[in-house]
Design a protein around this ligand. Structure first.
Ligand SMILES: N[C@@H](CCC(=O)N[C@@H](CS)C(=O)NCC(=O)O)C(=O)O
Length: 202
């Protein structure tokens, strides 16, 4: 079993951190996405949309999409529960996970791609869209600031995949100069706590 990974990219980091939390060892194969290695015929045979991460099982079966890979490992080894344990926790984790993905992670990704032209060899950057996406991401940080004023973790009183996704998004946001503001004290408290976990170095 192995995972096609790119050490510098935010989405594969989510999976590395998730597996570190579970204590699952993995063989990681580095893919040069800036050089376009992910777009080769071989890689597209593993994931037709040419993105990392990709989990390849020993029989050659591939699972792409970071959430799908994490879901697979949660089913194989449920504890520690990172998608919630009870029905209520599962619902709340998934609710926050999706909101963080759509309103923060993806917005930061679009801001990066459209304002830096990093992938201009394979897409048409639209700088105005990049700017708008950055504004959207900053607005959602305010939502999280309020949330963390009433909750220890993003999805409730337990650490979950929603915290992993948020940490990876906020760290990557530095590349496009989106940072927590000095007033966001709840986010700062939460960040310090999550960033101190051993898995954050995975
Ligand atoms: N929804 C996918 C997103 C995967 C994704 O966008 N990966 C980026 C790295 S963070 C990538 O492979 N980019 C290469 C490219 O766009 O050519 C997931 O969660 O796995």
């Amino acid at each position: 079993m192995k995972i096609y990974d790119t050490k510098t990219a935010p989405t594969p980091r989510r999976v590395r951190m998730f597996l570190a939390e579970k204590g699952i060892d993995m063989d990681y194969v580095q893919v040069d996405i800036q050089g376009g290695e992910n777009l080769s015929k071989e890689m597209r045979a593993k994931n037709p949309i040419g993105k990392v991460p990709i989990l390849e099982l020993d029989d050659g079966t591939c699972i792409s999409e970071s959430d799908a890979i994490c879901t697979y490992f949660e089913a194989l080894q449920p504890e520690p529960f990172l998608f919630g344990e009870t029905a209520l926790e599962k619902g709340q984790v998934m609710m926050w996970q999706r909101q963080v993905e759509f309103c923060l992670f993806m917005q930061i990704g679009m801001c990066f791609q459209h304002s830096t032209g990093y992938f201009k060899d394979r897409m048409n950057p639209v700088p105005e869209y990049g700017k708008e996406a950055g504004i959207n991401a900053s607005k959602f940080l305010s939502v999280l600031e309020r949330r963390l004023g009433e909750s220890e973790f993003i999805a409730g009183d337990k650490f979950s995949i929603a915290d992993i996704t948020t940490l990876c998004a906020i760290d990557f946001a530095r590349v496009v100069k989106i940072k927590l503001s000095d007033e966001q004290v709840n986010l700062a408290r939460w960040y310090e706590q999550i960033n101190a976990r051993k898995s954050a170095r995975a």
